[in-house]
Design a protein around this ligand. Structure first.
Ligand code: ADP
Ligand code: BMX
Length: 288
């Protein structure tokens, strides 16, 4: 591992410099979700410059959203990045940062990171789920990430959940993302009379024993548990890594495991926290 990596999520933009196989330096800023592409690339350039990046250096870019084979980038949930629709991102980033470039979906990158360096090592059929601003995923089959020409493969946040009750920004009703994603959690808090609450605040309230918050957090964990069982019925998953700031929040994985017990044993893969924590996409995008 050498070079530079960027990870643009719906909430934060992270950059890293890798040297001698190790993450040597990191920088981060909030994602300007309503910004246009030009502005987002300015922010990327600013973070990279601070880490000593020069045009032409090796660079991996992990992006929230769908990346098609032609190198076009679109938000699937338009609520997350409203201005990102059919952007010729490959051409634009090559122009700005040079040709030594890899671009991957953030959750697919994280799945590769965990498969190579984390809890996916030695697992034949491996799944990664991020519960963050949205809910994303990556499936790695015998070391190969599952991809599709339209870049939608692995977008597991847009599976429907039997407990879904809201329309999702993707246009689908009752998606897992509309129950468990960070933006959806904040919206549910607002509906419960707690406006101006981020998902992080809902978790704090839950940890302090406030019932309204525990209901929201429990529903999120239940939706993820059912989703894991569904995915296991399709892929025969051996192990699932859970990441994202919500996935890794205190007490969330135990709650997922608690709900998984409602499923027959055959549908319960091993669940492990992402070993690289929030850095899985940064590592993974340089393996792609
Ligand atoms: P991104 O989506 O940009 O990759 P994160 O993985 O940090 O970023 O996910 C952002 C979401 O996680 C936000 O909704 C935020 O409120 C929530 N969050 C951040 N920290 C915590 C925490 N400690 N506990 C629970 N939720 C958190
Ligand atoms: C959404 C989707 C995925 C992404 C996932 C996690 C958008 C903008 N993003 O399902 O592409 O992998 O969220 O992303 O449609 P994050 O923003 O929560 O890190």
């Amino acid at each position: 591992l050498n070079g530079f990596a960027l990870d643009l999520g719906g909430t934060k933009l992270a950059a890293a410099r890798f040297a001698n196989g190790k993450l040597a330096q990191k920088a981060q800023m909030p994602t300007q979700a309503n910004a246009d592409f030009e502005q987002l690339t300015d922010n990327m350039e600013e973070l990279l410059a601070g880490l000593g990046f020069q045009k032409g250096d090796r660079l991996g870019v992990a992006l929230t959203g769908r990346l098609d084979q032609q190198g076009y980038w679109s938000a699937v949930n338009g609520g997350t990045l409203p201005k990102i629709n059919n952007i010729d991102v490959r051409t634009a980033l090559i122009d700005r940062f040079g040709t030594y470039l890899t671009i991957l979906n953030d959750a697919a990158a994280a799945a590769c990171g965990e498969a190579h360096f984390g809890v996916g090592r030695g697992v034949d059929i491996f799944g990664y789920i991020t519960i963050s601003t949205g809910v994303g995923g990556g499936i790695v089959l015998k070391g190969q990430p599952l991809t599709s020409p339209n870049g939608l493969a692995g977008h597991i946040g847009f599976m429907r959940s039997p407990i879904g009750e809201q329309l999702c920004g993707s246009g689908r009703f009752g998606t897992v993302e509309s129950v468990a994603g960070g933006r959806a959690i904040a919206l549910q808090a607002q509906r419960a009379g707690h406006a101006d609450c981020e998902a992080r605040d809902v978790f704090l309230a839950h940890q302090q024993g406030q019932a309204w918050a525990s209901i929201i957090v429990s529903r999120a964990a239940q939706a993820i548990a059912i989703q894991i069982a569904d995915l296991t019925s399709i892929f025969g998953l051996g192990r699932v890594a859970v990441g994202g700031s919500i996935g890794l929040a205190q007490g969330f994985i135990p709650l997922i495991k608690q709900y998984l017990v409602d499923e027959p044993e055959l549908f319960r893969p091993e669940i492990a926290p992402a070993a690289l924590g929030g850095d899985s996409p940064l590592y993974g995008v340089l393996t792609g």
